[in-house]
Design a protein around this ligand. Sequence first.
Ligand code: PHE
Length: 504
Amino acid sequence: MNKLMASLHPLERKLLPHLKENVSFDEMVGKSGMQEIEVMRALQWLENKGALKINLSVQEMVRLDTNGENYRKHGLPEIRLLKELSSGEKCVDDLSLPKEEVSISIGALKKKAAIDVAKRNDRLFLSITQNGKNLLEKESLEEKLLKHLPIELSHMSPEQKFAFDNLKSRKNIVRLEVVKLRTITLTALGKELSKEKIKDADFVDTLTPELLKSGEWKGKTIRPYDIKINVPKISSGRRHPYNESLNLIRKVFLEMGFQEMTGPWVETAFWCMDSMWIPQDHPARDVQDTFFLDRKGDLPDAKIVSRVKAAHENGLNTGSTGHTKKWEPEIARELLLRTHSTATTFRYFFEHKLNHDCKYFYIANNFRNEAVDATHLTEFGQAEGFIMGDNLSLADLMGFIKEFYAKLGITKIRFKPTFNPYTEPSMEAHYYNEKLGKWYALINSGIFRPEALAPYGITKSVIAWGMGSSRIAAILTGKGKLKDLLGPEVDFNSIKKHERVTTQ
Ligand code: PHE
């Protein structure tokens, strides 16, 4: 037995004995007793295995239509009219032909000068001419054609074609049917397979526990799984490459020993700003930068509020003079969409009483009242994080940043000093995009100021950052711009086909 035979699907096996050179699809359906769809599938699978080739062609069949059937039996109406007239002149009203056929026939016969029409006393009289008598002597091309239908259009003789052209403009005599034809050509392999003497009973298609127990499978050919079989593609769901990128960032943090934080999107100004020593008259608190809600929230317990107030007004116990301005609790109660996730960092300082070696991160969505354009949206992703420990320095921060990005495959970075109200020193890292030939800001970071940490009783040092996670996602997915990854301009198919975002 041919090796391939064992792996054939039962439908393929069933069809095999009926495969012959140029056999038509209808014939295969008829002879095999299979359904059309089954034959189609079996043929496609066999074609994939190189056993045959499916040939598609189109056939145009000329067939009799309803009137045509009638005329084949009883003759064309104009010929019947001529025959009636051959016994002498007749008045139109006395003809045996149905009315609607009379006028068509008169038209056709007049064109051939086969009849004479006379009008007397307002009545029409018809008589046959010599030409008409000649016509009656032999069968017309149209009559001959009716007898021979159906015929394939491309096989018609010139006379048949002429008659067909005459008849097709008349009502329901002939019709053209376009038939799609499938035939097959067998390859050498196909010929070999089709000659095999096979019985379904010799095969086991699914090895079940019952067959194993009964031993009935013994001596039979067991069909192996064909993992290359041609099955319809199922469009399954997948994670969006943007989310895959965020997960990758999460994975790197977790691998580096970080714990994940989470916090509210709607915050009080207290947690978003006051808690970290952003002065109450800082421009970032303006409606131009921040989305405020039309209601106020609650402040945390009085003790922490008074310590934060002291840090603002006099520097608490840090040796700093503070902002030397009165701190207003009402301003701190404003509710807003958080403008950065550092709000959550300070909640964690307070709620988890942190003052030990630890590392936290948070992949967050934040909101700023920005003019929306190709690279700016009002909502943006940030990966926030901090490391708390003893004597952490700018060198530690640079080391972390370098190592973190290296794990994501981002190696060309440089550092630049910057300013934040709550860190000193503050530092940005920029990344060089080879494709676009440009440096982009990737991270804003620093060492938290004593005035920001003192209210929480933190005596350890804290290095911290907020990185543009959306930008990292754009880099990781190889999209130059975020708008190619998120938003209405994204090509849905390219997202579907996008390869998985990994660092390996
Ligand atoms: N909150 C800063 C921003 O939104 C990032 C940052 C976090 C900077 C922590 C320093 C320390 O850009």
